[in-house]
Design a protein around this ligand. Sequence first.
Ligand SMILES: O=C(O)CCC(=O)C(=O)O
Length: 200
Amino acid sequence: MPLLRLRGFEIHKNSLSPTEQSEIVEALRPVLKAAPLFSPKVPTGGQMSVRMTSAGQFGWFSDATGYRYVDSHPKGQAWPDIPAVLLNLWRKHVSAERLPECCLVNYYGESARMGMHQDKDEADFTFPVLSVSLGDDALFRIGNATRGGKTESIWLSSGDVVVMGGEARLTYHGVDRIRFKSSRLLPKGGRINLTMRVVT
Ligand SMILES: O=C(O)CCC(=O)C(=O)O
């Protein structure tokens, strides 16, 4: 399980076995059923190409008013619980001191991407954001503490786990593209990225 470090991002390549990856996909099925994916509007107008939902006490949300955490799905129901298998991953890579209050589930279809951004809607940056990649490969770009400047990119593959903490907690990052159908984990192709966050 090689560990790479890139601008403070700890990248655990092949951290999850194929069995573990499938277990997580199974655990996500009831989450997606209870809280279906949606494409949030962004404050500048337009819609994100990534479809998303959340599990946990809070879910990440965006509309014309801005980016924020909300305590229910846009259709009104409470977010489902974060599956135990994911909480165990958090305990392994982060801490048992505090557990994540949100697991954001991002689904990237063939042409989805995510622009460069900081994860800064949380009240507490002491704890890292823990990212889990499942399905197709994604070109992940890492920038700087402020927008712009030189960037570095790395392909994230199914089973990779990334810890974004310390100096990297507020570093700009994004996903330029995926390699559609590069993995067979998800029957219809695409990529799921999970990011677990302490919010309050
Ligand atoms: O898809 C990824 O690997 C990154 C997701 C991300 O940056 C986010 O959810 O804030």
